[in-house]
Ligand binder design. Sequence first.
Ligand code: 6PG
Length: 482
Amino acid sequence: MTQADIGLIGLAVMGQNLVLNIADHGYKVSVYNRSPERTDAFIDESVEDRPIEGFYSLQDLVASLSRPRKVMMMVKAGAVVDSLIDSLLPLLDKGDIIIDGGNSLYSDTSRRTKALKEKDILFIGTGISGGEEGARHGPSIMPGGNVEGWETVRPIFQAISAKVDGEACCDWVGEEGAGHYIKMVHNGIEYGDMQIISEAYQLMREGLGMSAQACHEQFSKWNKGVLDSYLIEITAEILRIKDSDGEPIIDKILDAAGQKGTGKWTGISALEMGIPLNLITESVYARCLSALKEERVQASTLYPREARILPENKEAILEAIHDALYASKIISYIQGYMLMREAAKSFEWDLNYGGIALMWRGGCIIRSAFLGEIRRAYDERPELSSLLQDPFFELAIKRAEPSWRKTVIFGIESSIPTPAMSSALAFFDGYRSARVSANMIQAQRDFFGAHTYERVDAPRGQRFHTDWIHSDGKDTLASKKV
Ligand code: 6PG
C-alpha cells in the first residue's frame, strides 16, 4: 500500500475541510482525531472514494506517512499544541516536518521552531484564513518557521490555496513565528474592517433611518466599487436575510461581540513595538464595550440619547460614509503594515510586503480588490515606509478626507459611536502634523520628574533640563544642557 503524502491531526471543521481539499488535489492524506468517533464519522460521512485513511493512534498515523513525514496539526492553540508535539517527537526522525495550522501565538511558534530545530525536526507555523469555505476550496496560507521544510510542503500548500490571476495566495513568509505573526495582523485588520463596516451600518440605520433592506442595497452597490471585498459582500448578504417571522435577522442578534484573542494580541504587540495601531486596538475595545451589555442597557436609561430629526441630505451623508469607510480602511492597512515592518526589524525577519498583500488578496477573510493596490505599491517600492507615500493612497486619502471628517462629525452629533473611524482620523491628523502637542508632555515630564527634553533649535539627542520646580516666581529660567 502506498504511503500517505501528509498526516493531519484534528478533525474539527477547519481540519476536515482542509483534508478534503488536499485529497481533491490528488494527495493521499492520513487523519487522526483524539476522539475516534469523530474520525469514524468523518470517514463515513465525507470521505467517499477520496484517498483519505483514518488512524486511531499517533504511532499508526506516523507509520503511514512517506518520508520526510509531514504531520499537520489543526488543533486548539496553546498547551494542546505543545503536548501533541511532545507525543509526536518519539515517533519522528530527523528531517521530518511538523506543521501547526492553528491560530497560535507567534511567540509560541518562534519558541517551538527553535526547540525543534535543536532536535533536527523542521517546524512550520502557518496562518490559514478563509473559514470553513476557504479551507475546503482555497484558503490563504501564510507559512513561516524553519525554511528547510518549505520546499517539501510547498507543492501541497500552493495547490490547495486560493489563486488570484493564477498566483497562489500562499508563499513563504519568514523565519520562526513570522507566518503566525502575519496571520495575527491579518486578524487584527479583520477586526478593524468589521468594526468600520459596523460603524457605517449603524450610521446608516440609526443616523439616517435606513431599513435593513436599504442598507443591503447600499452595501451591495458599494461592493461593486473601491470597497469591493469579502466582508462588504457578506454584510450585504446578512442584511438581506430575514428571520422566520419576516423581520431582518440582524435585528434579532444580540449586540455583544465575542473574540478569541488574535485582535487583542495584535494590539498588545503594537504596544510592545511602539506602533500607533489605534484603529485595530479601538476595534478590540469596541468589542469589549459591546460585551458590557447589561451595564450599557442601564446607562442608556440614565443618559438617554437625544431624539434627532433625520437629516434631509441623506444621499450626501451616505456618500460621505462610503468615503469615511474607505479612508479608515486605508489607515487600518497602513497601521498594520507599520506594525509588520517594526516586527520584521525587531525579530530580524525578512518579510516580503508585496507577497503578504498577494497572500491576503484571495481566500482569506480580509480579501479585497484594494489589496491589489497594496501589492503593486510594495512591488514598485519595497522600501516604502508608509503606504501614505504611495501616490494611489495619497490621492485616495486626499479625496476622502472632507467626507471622512463630515462622517465623524455626523456620528458625534447623532450620539453614534465611531471609535474606529474617528481614531483613524486622529491618527491621520497626527501623522500629517509636523508639530504635535508632545512638547507639552515633554515639559510636564521634565517639570515633575526631571526627565529632560530635546529642543527644536538643538541637534536631536542633545538633552536639556529646566529647573521648573524652583522657579521662585521667576518668569525666565535657564534651559541647561545635561
Ligand atoms: C480567518 C479568521 C479566523 C478567526 C475567526 C474568529 O482568517 O479565517 O480570522 O482565523 O479565528 O474569524 O476570530 P474571533 O473569534 O477572534 O473574532
